[in-house]
Design a protein around this ligand. Sequence first.
Ligand code: SF4
Length: 66
Amino acid sequence: MRKLVVDWIACDGHGLCAMAAPELIDLDDWGYPVVHAIPDDQRLLNLARSAIEACPVMALRMDTAT
Ligand code: SF4
């Protein structure tokens, strides 16, 4: 299983990632992402990649969940 990891220094909280992958990312009350583990599912992995590409400041990456 994988997970999305947020670089909190870079993230500016505009929420484009959540729009790209609403099944994987919620926004908190301040507009910052709350990420969920990514099940081993090709469609969701592709969705996670879309979220990474949607981030204008490259604050998202994918990592192995521990
Ligand atoms: S798109 Fe990038 S900068 Fe915007 S909330 Fe998501 S991780 Fe943060």
